[in-house]
Design a protein around this ligand. Structure first.
Ligand SMILES: [Zn+2]
Length: 246
């Protein structure tokens, strides 16, 4: 047992490591690796869906004739889970992604394709601007003109809205009615309490109610102003002239 732990083993004086036969390995050997499907795909042969994250025992090999800026590209082979059709895809270092090669089609690609297209267009535009200063200037002036036009149209729309402001009379009247009802109840209560407390002065009672009614009307006018401002969303000072025009 102690022999197992010995670090230095005895080499005889005539030991020649060159005489040890070398293991022959293929140049581009395929390795078996465990991997997860890097994207959703659908088998071309049987139509089976293979979802992102499904685990496979895959074969891995180098793609011989391709590199990206010196980065090696790998190809993987997996088998469809239903029909055992071989599916192959390879790494895509340029887009930090994978690229399907055979046996399946990739799903949910519409968004990605659109993004790629947009990016390409943007890059083209940038390149054009970088190479052509006149074009850059033109684009800038166009942009500022567009901004000014946008602001103008916004102002016009605001003006139009202000002119076409309509007051919803129905809800306004409803609100008014409610307020009046509440006020009436209050005055009635006051009258009742006055009547119960001052039984000796029957003449004073109507005069007080009349005074109350006056104040009620004043208050309702004020509240209608408030309601109007609520409906229109403008402040009192702002809407005074406008509502008169309407
Ligand atoms: Zn299949």
């Amino acid at each position: 047992m102690s022999e197992r732990k010995v670090l230095n083993k005895y080499y005889p004086p005539d030991f020649d490591p060159a005489k040890i036969p070398r293991m022959k390995l293929a140049k581009n050997r395929q390795y078996t690796v465990r991997l997860m499907a890097p994207f959703n795909m659908r088998c071309v042969t049987c139509g089976e869906y293979i979802y992102k994250g499904k685990k496979f025992n895959a074969r891995k090999e180098d793609v011989e004739d391709q590199t990206y800026l010196g980065i090696r590209i790998y190809r993987f082979y997996i088998k469809c889970t239903r029909c055992l059709q071989e599916i192959s895809f390879k790494t895509d270092p340029q887009n930090t992604d994978y690229e399907i090669e055979a046996g399946a089609t990739r799903n949910f690609m519409a968004l990605k394709l659109a993004e790629e297209q947009a990016k390409r267009e943007e890059d083209d535009l940038k390149e054009e601007e970088a190479s052509n200063p006149m074009k850059l200037l033109e684009n800038r002036t166009q942009q500022s003109r567009n901004e000014i036009e946008l602001l103008e149209s916004l102002e016009e729309l605001k003006d139009l809205n202000r002119r076409q402001l309509r007051v919803d009379y129905d809800t306004l009247l409803e609100h008014e009615k409610k307020l009046k009802l509440i006020e009436n109840e209050k005055t009635e209560k006051v009258a009742v309490t006055a009547a119960t407390t001052k039984m000796t002065l029957p003449n004073a009672q109507p005069s007080t109610t009349v005074a109350k009614n006056d104040s009620v009307e004043n208050e309702s006018v004020k509240s209608s102003g408030n309601a109007l401002s609520l409906l229109t969303g403008y402040s009192d000072s702002d809407e005074g002239g406008e509502s008169d025009n309407n």
